[in-house]
Write a new protein. Structure first.
Ligand SMILES: Cc1cc2nc3c(=O)[nH]c(=O)nc-3n(C[C@H](O)[C@H](O)[C@H](O)COP(=O)(O)O)c2cc1C
Length: 147
């Protein structure tokens, strides 16, 4: 059995964490690492390392990007999970550049909508209310199963 860890940043509404909790229920051996509690970690023992984040200013949270730069060993299998108010693929670019520089093998990407009350959206009660939905959450579990 492959050892897997997911390092995450999920501070806006815990949207991304909802996906991870569902994945963890499916695979109790999965290690979840909150980057805000653990700025450094030894990841050498893991075969697969996921990075999961809400989108912040069109990329993964800066703290998570820094974590990857410092702690990701070379030549690991990696995958990415993202929630966003306005999901677009470019949000993966910064994290994918970092993992590529470390000659990691990308296994997949999953993205869905996440409730967003940032900035002007607060005035209208937020956008993407109710996201991630049950379907989006089970989609994340399916994604993980198929890695
Ligand atoms: C400071 C800040 C910046 C954000 N920037 C973006 C963005 O550039 N694009 C986007 O689609 N959503 C953006 N969002 C919305 C979040 O990506 C979205 O709500 C996400 O689901 C939050 O994930 P989390 O609850 O796991 O932290 C931003 C939210 C905050 C608080």
């Amino acid at each position: 059995m492959k050892k897997t860890a997911i390092v995450y940043y999920s501070k806006h509404h815990g949207n991304t964490k909802k996906l991870l909790d569902a994945i963890k229920s499916f695979d109790p051996d999965l290690e979840l690492i909150d980057v805000t509690e653990k700025p450094e970690a030894n990841l050498t023992e893991y075969d697969r390392i996921g990075f999961a984040s809400g989108a912040y200013y069109s990329k993964f949270a800066e703290q998570l990007l820094n974590f990857a730069k410092v702690n990701l060993p070379e030549q690991k299998g990696v995958f990415f999970i993202c929630t966003a108010g306005n999901p677009v693929k470019v949000y993966f670019n910064a994290i994918a550049d970092i993992t590529a520089e470390k000659q990691c093998n990308e296994l997949g990407r999953y993205m869905c909508k996440g409730f967003d009350t940032f900035g002007p959206f607060k005035l209208v009660g937020g956008i993407q209310k109710g996201h991630p939905t049950e379907d989006e959450i089970s989609g994340a579990v399916e994604f993980y199963k198929n890695l």
